[in-house]
Write a protein that binds this ligand. Structure first.
Ligand SMILES: *Cc1c(COP(=O)(O)O)cnc(C)c1O
Length: 397
């Protein structure tokens, strides 16, 4: 059984705040500062360039990747770390298109995160061979799996509403039609149980600063099914994806297996923080996390329905089709969230009118949810959001 009091104690949670935004950026692990300081002094500060081999910096990408693999049903050494998720979308999509050369359509849904769609648009433009990005509403994906589709690219949990796709079922249907799948696990990894192996997913990507708590800009990951990885000729063919980077030969030859999906020098400092953040998962069962996340989400929905009837639930009501976040729409959503944040309840706002609450059981309790709704109800009942300073949109929401 996962002890959620024990997991909560592993994070720095500022006094007087209720943090319901771990779906955007997880909090700092208590151990991170000391581990980082140790890395700076005992590794970089002492070994200098020798750290690449003496401190295992070069292999960190795969060491950390293996820890993430355990959470998402991936085989050992099937994950490479590095770069941002947007870059990983590019890498994944280019590889998937290569595996299905006779077809021209990238299928996604209209709810996908904009960066995933933007990257697809850019790739379509630069490849300039008649490819098409086709988006349909999330509920219509199944019917849209037609014979002209090369790649199905979906984010498993919708960033806006928390709606959860059935990865195993859609992957199976896609495969029946000869379609390669790319799954974005940005809002899944560390939030819900994922089993890439059981789903026989082809390629998956995700970020590590949301439910994995790796810190702002923490490196993203890419998974490629070991059965197909050797067929990929990487489009971003960087030197660290080369068979023998230190031969410095003039021509690119892909490294074995997932190593080819590496690009350049690994972000060692960020990987150290992420590696520390992964410790909490050593004592966590993702089935417990899921159970607790559903409990917290159901509680939030029920409390809001009772005390804040003007908020419209835009997340699925069935917890089995919802990730670990709950969103509500309100005409004055932006101002309401500003007023909430001013009172120590941190969620976020997504245009045009959604307020989002991430529920991360590792550090959020039922008492937090109840306390947050009391404050939310006060803001709505007393129109505390209706102040000029809450209406002005900041650049970053
Ligand atoms: C958070 C998120 C991103 C962000 O990508 P970065 O390159 O890390 O900024 C992209 N796609 C999805 C689905 C996300 O949830």
């Amino acid at each position: 059984m996962t002890d959620f009091n024990q997991t909560r104690a592993q994070f720095i949670l500022p006094e007087g705040k209720i943090y319901l935004d771990g779906n955007s950026l997880g909090p700092v692990p208590v151990a991170a500062a000391e581990r980082l300081q140790k890395m700076l002094s005992d590794e970089w500060g002492t070994m200098l360039i020798g750290g690449w081999s003496q401190a295992g910096w070069m292999d960190m990408s795969f060491d950390v990747g293996n820890r993430i693999a355990k959470l998402i049903g991936a085989a050992e050494r099937s994950i490479a770390m590095g770069d941002t998720l947007s870059l990983k979308v590019y890498q994944a999509l280019a590889a998937a298109l290569q595996l299905n050369p006779g077809r021209s359509v990238i299928l996604s849904d209209t709810g996908n995160f904009p960066s995933d769609l933007y990257i697809a648009q850019g790739l379509v433009r630069s490849l300039d061979r008649g490819l098409e990005l086709r988006t349909v509403p999330p509920a219509e994906i199944e019917q849209a799996l037609t014979d002209d589709v090369a790649v199905l690219m979906l984010t498993e949990v919708d960033y806006q509403t928390g709606r959860l796709h059935d990865m195993a079922a859609l992957t199976d249907l896609a495969h029946q039609k000869g379609i390669i799948t790319v799954w974005d696990l940005a809002h899944s990894t560390g939030a819900i149980p994922v089993d890439l192996g059981a789903a026989n997913a082809d390629i998956a990507i995700g970020c590590t600063y949301k439910y994995l708590n790796g810190g702002p800009g923490a490196p993203a990951f890419i998974y490629v099914n070991p059965a197909i990885v050797d067929r990929i000729q990487p489009t971003i063919s960087g030197w660290l994806g080369h068979q023998n980077p230190f031969d410095f030969s003039a021509d690119y030859a892909p490294g074995p297996g997932i190593e080819r999906m590496r690009v350049g020098t690994p972000p060692v400092i960020a990987l150290n923080v992420l590696n520390t953040a992964m410790d909490v998962f050593d004592h966590v069962d993702m089935a417990d996390v899921r159970r607790q996340s559903i409990k917290l989400s159901e509680l939030l929905i029920a409390e809001v329905a009772t005390h804040c009837p003007s908020l419209l639930l835009i997340s699925p009501t069935d917890p089995m089709t919802r990730g670990s976040q709950v969103s509500f729409a309100h005409q004055h959503g932006y101002a309401i969230m500003k007023a909430l944040i001013d009172r120590g309840v941190i969620g976020d706002f997504r245009a045009p009118d959604a307020i989002r609450f991430g529920l991360a059981p590792l550090y959020i309790s039922e008492a937090d949810v109840r306390a947050a709704v009391v404050i939310l109800a006060d803001i709505l009942d007393n129109r505390l959001w209706d102040r000029p300073e809450y209406q002005v949109r900041a650049a970053i929401t």
